[in-house]
Design a protein around this ligand. Sequence first.
Ligand code: SF4
Length: 685
Amino acid sequence: MPERRTVATHCPYCALQCGTRLTRERGVVSVRPDDFPVNRGGLCRKGWTAAELLEVPDRLRRPMLRRGDELVPVGWDTALDTIADEIERIRAEHGADAVAVFGGGGLTNEKAYLLGKFARLALGTSQIDYNGRFCMSSAAAAGTAAFGIDRGLPFPVTDLSGANAVLLAGANPAETMPPLMQHLTGDLIVIDPRRTPTAERAALHLQPAPGTDLALALGLLHIAVVDGVADRDYIAERTTGFEQAWQRAVAWWPERVERVTGVPVRDQHAAVRMLAAAERAYVLTGRGAEQHGDGTDTAAGFINLALALGLPGRPGGGYGCLTGQGNGQGGREHGQKADQLPGYRRIDDPAARAHIARVWGVAPDELPGPGRSAYELLDALGTENGPRALLVFGSNPVVSAPRSAHITQRLSCVDLLVVADFVPSETARMADVVLPVTQWAEEDGTLTNLEGRVLRRRRLQDPPEHVRSDLRVLHDLAVRLGEPGHRYPTTPRAVFDELREASAGGHADYSGISYARLDSGEAVHWPCPGEGHSGTPRLFLDGFAHPDGRARFAAVEPRDAACDTEFPLTATTGRLLAQYQSGAQTRRVPALTEVAGEVFVEIHPDTAARAGLADGMSARISSARGSAVARVRLVPTMRPDVVFLPFHFPGAGRANLLTGDALDPRSRMPEFKASAVRVEPEVAG
Ligand code: SF4
């Protein structure tokens, strides 16, 4: 290695994928922000401290095998032979679907693609899904239904800079992706049960009860129509289904919406006025609106509002979803989802199966069908007809999955739990075999950010001696399972070239995108159906992706709210600036844990006083699923009926000990954002 080396790459964390310059000089790695369009020289605290990930003291450096209660270091051959032998045994006894795979939205495009291929061909299993199911699957389902294609933002982030008004429903970018805020220079309308840092900067903050976002979306649509600011020409020319959607919204007049959501009538009117008066306006959703048992309908409710105002598919307007994980967009396009094949194709589409089978050199009927969704897969582990083995790549479901105590118990029931990661996450600590794999600055690859732009991740340095890339792991395992090695390339470039071919003709068409183009500095957004194609930064300008070119309104309405006297409060979960997802990475960075090192519960002072709680006390928060313990933070801006916990922390403070197993019927998104709870002082002892 030369004494000083610098690469242009991207932050290892969230979906904004800020551009960075990474320099290694005399063994020390430093991060500098790049003047990249999404971050324009900005980085958040996580990005600035990302180099510390490369030096975490408990970095996994050797494969580990469980011997009794302990994980002991072994060689790669021993680890991989053990996995392969156990998979063969389980498959022989219980069939191919007894082996399952759980992926992650932080995996590069190449890893996500090869993982899906490995599952379907080498394992022959239908049982593969990933943690993105817990992230933006509701917005994806709603976006696909409305527009024919789902891409987080169907326009570049920089388009937001010219907006006069932006409605943020359940999104808190001032904490989750701070550099995005520099683009939000117009009036912000924030919908959030909490007075978040983003809400603090808003021109208007609507503070609904958790789980009532859809009622509010219907109410805003109601006002837009009744007040005559809906764009009738746009609705007639570019959409279908308005009347059916209106028939639902007509029953959501402002006073009723105020009763259900708590948002004052005057604020509902003000929000619609601001959006309608803006020359350029956007409606954006985040996890707060999407992570519900009716998340797809809720996202559809906000899409309906955007359509009624004539925003999507117009220059200077639109609807988008702020995706969360680093490769939240690309991670859902290349085949690690239970119901999809590469190119963002449906796995039950005969033409899609024929295309992928041809690229993979197998017969279409050799490809398994759709499998269980993420929660259902985890819930089935170790049951009579469920998987007996689970291979986890880049995910930490012990902390991030809902109903955590139950899922942890299910993980303990399998015959074989394999975890590939670079740190000993809570899930890795339960594993029978742990495989140490490369992390961001040690590998090449591509990711696709929230605006559908394909980005190069570049290798700065070699991994530690016994650490291997996930691609090599998949190759070596596939060969042990009897697959021809050439089917599983081990270089990112070779995998990407195959991915291009597999994606050709699909919604997310990468066929015209090459490493050479990306390395030349070209900005390429999918779809890019040929080398001569310049990519598609803005979708839908000439029509939506349905055969008739029109967007679809959705006829949606809220669920009945259950009232529970035993659990009179609602707990909502969310993210902090200094932590990322399950915290497996960021909890190992001292500069981040100094400011956000332990779980807390935000609670209104009056609510706390009624429960006998004071600031700094330890509180037990209990739901029908279980209870979590967290330190009390009194927050006067909280709604008195709501408490908030960040979900990044393990152990007794896991927020997901409270969440349940209600799933959105279409996206299979669990309900993360509204759990009925009670709070009380935690009695030590
Ligand atoms: Fe990294 Fe996201 Fe922070 Fe940018 S906003 S530095 S991508 S964590």
